[in-house]
Design a protein around this ligand. Sequence first.
Ligand code: ADP
Ligand code: MG
Length: 601
Amino acid sequence: MGKIKVLSEDLVSLISAGEVIENPSSIVKELIENSLDAGTDMMDISIEGGGIDRIVISDNGTGISREDCEVCLQRHSTSKISTKDDINEITTYGFRGEALASIAAVADIRITTQTEDEDVGTLIVSRVGEIPKISDSSRPIGTTVEVGELFKKMPARRKHLASQKVEGQRILEVVMRHAVIRTDVGFRLTRDGNVIIDCPPSQSAIDRITYLWGSDIAKGLVEVYYSDEGIWVEGFVAMPPVSRGNRSREYFAVLKRPITDERLSQAVESAYSTLLMKGQYPVCSLDIAMKLADVDVNVHPTKREVRILDIEKVSSIITIAVRDALGVEKPSNESHSLEGYFERPVVKGVEPKPLTGTTQFDQVRILPSIEHMTLESFTGIGEDVEPVNLLGGLFRIIGQIHRLYILLEDEDGLLVIDQHAAHERVIYEELRKEVNEDKVAVQELLQPFVLSLSPTDVERILDLSDILNNIGFSIESFGGNEVSISTVPEFFSKVASEIELITLLDSIATIGISEAKDSFMDELVKLTACHSAYREGETLNVDEIRNLIEDLSRTQVKYTCCHGRPSIIRIKKESLDKAVGRLGHEAILRFKKRHRIGIKE
Ligand code: ADP
Ligand code: MG
């Protein structure tokens, strides 16, 4: 007897909205999942014309019996579930029995398949709008599904497809997201005759991700391996500064199903907290496992999302798991308490009594003497430094604190400069000017830098090489998934480290190429400025501080970085006075006047 059954009306009504074939990548996703469900350990995917012209997927799974071939293209025909209870514990990728039927409704399909038990294999030929034809065929055990002429009879939907290039990249992304999780299975992807992914079955997780994301990104990865309360979190996260300008490298899988989920993203992002700059997102690939009953996979038409029943708990475990991997201390209330910094007040002549009870005074301690305080990162510049002229006023440089903020004093109070934001503004305006005048200062590298990237990124970077050349990067293909860089903008060369260059190129690869040329160039300049600017954690000496302030005073928009974040803030002396309950000079005069103090009658 065949394995595939057509689901009853009752059961169909419990299945959420049917499969949707939006574009070639949704076909590839469904076919990959069918092959995985059939227990394949090696699949070969080949696409032409971005998958619009042709998609072929071959596997060495169980194959489909002749009897099952008769029904497999019908709607709601599946071998994977049969009763209502099955819907609550789905262990296969597919369960609705709709993918093949939906594909057959919009494209021509040809399936060649062979099972272990049958002597003769089967060929199904299905053309849109015609009854499928079944005949004998032969091939080794497994299945090959060929899909062509997508939306041939639906010009309106065909028109909605993106370019072959973009559709091809979407497919690459679908394959990568499955391949990164299913390391037990080999994946080969060929596009228009060129092999772009080729990974063998049963690879280690690190070998797989290194292959897929490129060894340079992989160098920044640390392993996540954590479990608590029946939730397992496994995979990799990148140590900063490796990051992206968007969420495209946040890969999640739940029970090995690639999904996207805003809240899982937030859980990881909150673990990074301030480790990443604003606008930068983590690079991670995490597989989250839990009891089947704790997840509902029957919620999204293309299975891109699942519902995790206790999302709060799962999110907080993910945050802890990622913090643990990054070596970030868990924020505890203690770090906010004054414990340890203060001692109990001692009033002359009065013996201190032992602390008992919980009155609020128990918390009041006194500051230790100054020699006990270590402020290594403080660049104290002292009184003898000449005041600087900035924004039309005179300022005394106090120094740098927290290796991030520069403090200046003037007669109205305090100026606090964010060294990264300020430096980014300076570089942005200067580089923008150089680009406009076509006079970008470049630095030739002693020997070309070879970077290994993911197949998608190599392609994007090479597509952009002309425009990148305008801002000083000379980039060429180095074969395979590698590019070589021989020059960089001079601004960038001052900070050029391998990891900074990778992160910059990685961010560039993810900004939309479709944007208007000028705004795209502006984005590139902003990114380059951001990656060339002083970072938090860099100690600046007095000359560097002075230069930065002088450069900043020459910029047109001094008060924000090129992403709109404030670069300078002012704290008025009055605010300080108010904060400590001190009456200002003006207020004292008003007080004296009102009470006629010191005024002769
Ligand atoms: P579903 O995956 O939800 O069951 P599909 O329409 O994708 O529905 O596939 C219908 C049935 O065809 C599957 O249940 C399975 O029995 C069979 N099938 C499809 N693709 C393959 C394959 N590559 N190898 C073996 N069986 C397959
Ligand atoms: Mg399926």
